[in-house]
Design a protein around this ligand. Structure first.
Ligand SMILES: NC(=O)C1=CN([C@@H]2O[C@H](COP(=O)(O)OP(=O)(O)OC[C@H]3O[C@@H](n4cnc5c(N)ncnc54)[C@H](OP(=O)(O)O)[C@@H]3O)[C@@H](O)[C@H]2O)C=CC1
Ligand SMILES: O=C1O[C@H](COP(=O)(O)O)[C@@H](O)[C@H](O)[C@H]1O
Length: 458
């Protein structure tokens, strides 16, 4: 641990991300690494005071049973500052009052983050300032390019962390171990042996009061443009020679540069839908269009699916389908690698001909390999069996891994400037087709598996 940050300032401290994911990760990091010490300042436009903020921090820490001296030290000293993140005066004051080297974490809607970065360009910034920006990075390709240019004027690239917490998930980090620490998988990790790859992130969570951000984003931008493309890049990348930031990020970027919408046809290779009223686990939900803060005329989708191709020797012809949605009946969060079927079954064997499948589950973090084996009763009757392994949750939550990188100045798990732009380039044709109404916005009842006629994945 070589921590380069003394004070972490969170902008957007009253939001969902801060209380549900960032603060628990800080609590867990300090419990796990008691030698760490940094000050925490929460800031947003909400009318909170230090006591109300401390209560938010304590409540979030309790969800991970955070404890120990480092936790108590941070709790004692943490404070709240009401500020408009787009105001240069407010930001100057906020940074001026921070002890030592500060890091600014933008837990804000992307358009607000862009304005805040403009404001940061109008005064002298503290030495060593680190900037951590949430996804989505920008609101489209052009704005991502402009934001990169603005950031480059503020601090060096290695002090910029474009956060994608999926890169810190145990299951995603485990792709590296499973693929590259075994001689048996890599030789068959290609289009000759793999038929298709599906990355699925179905949530039971609905809007959860996040209209201010989500209604301007939707499922494609919220999940596929960022998280699921990063996951796909790790699944598909060439073996890097080290896990250092330059090698890992180069390897991901090569995949993304070769990626485009399947058959160059955004209409045939994408689907979108929005939840209607329904019930999930005993909770009655209104239709998305009737949720508070939603503008139904925006036609924001809450379920999105896109099929992509990666034009490399390794992956030519293999469809990669990415899907994510909210308010679905069950949580299904997995990467499914479907292998090519057996080329020839010996005459005499009966039963299932299903291809082998490797499932890497996001949470709980685990792995399943589905195979056909000889039947337990009749040896000529094939049966399906599943070999399972637990990855374990990892010592740190995904956001803990990410925060550790930010505090210690290691950008391996953050997204490089060119990669952030590349991800917009990939989804742009789909966004255009949807805006032009060329792909119908379907509907599914909250609590269902999605529209009835959508073929199941994986
Ligand atoms: N929530 C999640 O599960 C995840 C979210 N993210 C990302 O985090 C970001 C924030 O999302 P989320 O927390 O869900 O959104 P919320 O809408 O819950 O929170 C947004 C926060 O931004 C603050 N804010 C908005 N405008 C300003 C302003 N001008 N000045 C100061 N504060 C402002 C809001 O304060 P106020 O309400 O007082 O205006 C609020 O604290 C998004 O980019 C999202 O993609 C990433 C991963 C997971
Ligand atoms: O970035 C986001 O991620 C969460 C899903 O991630 P999880 O780790 O909380 O499961 C998603 O709910 C949210 O809409 C999105 O902004």
């Amino acid at each position: 641990m070589t921590q380069s940050v003394d004070t972490l300032v969170i902008l957007g401290a009253s939001g969902d991300l801060t209380s549900r994911l960032l603060l628990p990760a800080i609590g867990q990091l300090l419990t796990d690494q008691p030698d760490r010490a940094f000050a925490l300042v929460g800031s947003s436009s909400a009318d909170l005071d230090d006591d109300a903020w401390k209560k938010i921090v304590r409540t979030s820490f309790a969800t991970v049973e955070a404890k120990g001296d480092a936790v108590e030290r941070l709790l004692d000293g943490t404070r709240y500052v009401k500020a408009d993140a787009t105001s240069a005066d407010d930001l100057k004051q906020l940074l001026g009052s921070a002890d030592g080297v500060p890091a600014l974490y933008f837990a804000l809607p992307p358009a607000v983050t862009a304005k805040a970065c403009q404001a940061l360009g109008t005064f002298e910034l503290p030495k060593g300032l680190t900037l951590a920006l949430e996804k989505p990075f920008g609101t489209d390709r052009e704005s991502a390019i402009a934001l990169n240019a603005q950031l480059a004027k503020l601090v060096p690239e290695d002090q910029i962390h474009r956060v994608d917490h999926f890169l810190g998930r145990s299951s995603v980090l485990n792709i590296l171990g499973v693929r590259f620490a075994n001689g048996i998988l890599e030789p068959i990790w290609d289009g000759l042996h793999i038929e298709r790859v599906d990355v699925i992130y179905d949530e039971t969570l609905a809007l959860e009061g996040r209209a201010g951000y989500y209604d301007g984003a939707g499922a494609l931008i919220d999940m596929i443009q960022s998280h699921l493309l990063q996951v796909m890049a790790v699944l598909a990348m060439e073996p890097p020679s080290t896990l250092g930031a330059p090698d890992l990020r180069d390897a991901k970027q090569l995949v993304l540069r070769a990626t485009k919408v399947w058959g160059d046809d955004p209409v045939a290779s994408s689907r979108r839908a929005r939840y209607g009223a329904g019930e999930i686990e005993g909770r009655t939900l209104p239709a998305y269009a009737d949720e508070k803060g939603v503008d139904p005329s925006r036609e924001t989708e809450t379920l999105a699916e896109v099929t992509l191709q990666i034009d490399t020797w390794r992956w030519k012809g293999v469809p990669f389908t990415l899907r994510s949605g909210k308010a679905l009946g069950g949580r299904r969060r997995e990467m499914v690698i479907t292998f090519a079927p057996a080329r020839q079954m010996p005459v005499g064997l009966k039963g299932t001909m299903e291809p082998a499948k490797l499932r890497l589950m996001f949470a709980p973090d685990s792995m399943e390999l589905e195979l056909n084996i000889n039947g337990t009763d009749d040896p000529y009757e094939l049966e399906r069996t599943t070999l399972t392994a637990d990855f374990g949750p990892g010592a740190l939550l995904a956001y803990g891994e990410v925060l550790e990188g930010i505090l210690d100045g290691d950008p391996s798990l953050s997204v490089r400037a060119d990669t952030a732009v590349e991800c917009w380039r990939i989804v742009e044709p789909v966004l255009d087709a949807w805006r032009q109404g060329r792909v119908p916005l379907e509907e599914y009842p909250a609590g269902s598996d999605g529209p009835k006629d959508w073929a199941p994945l994986g």
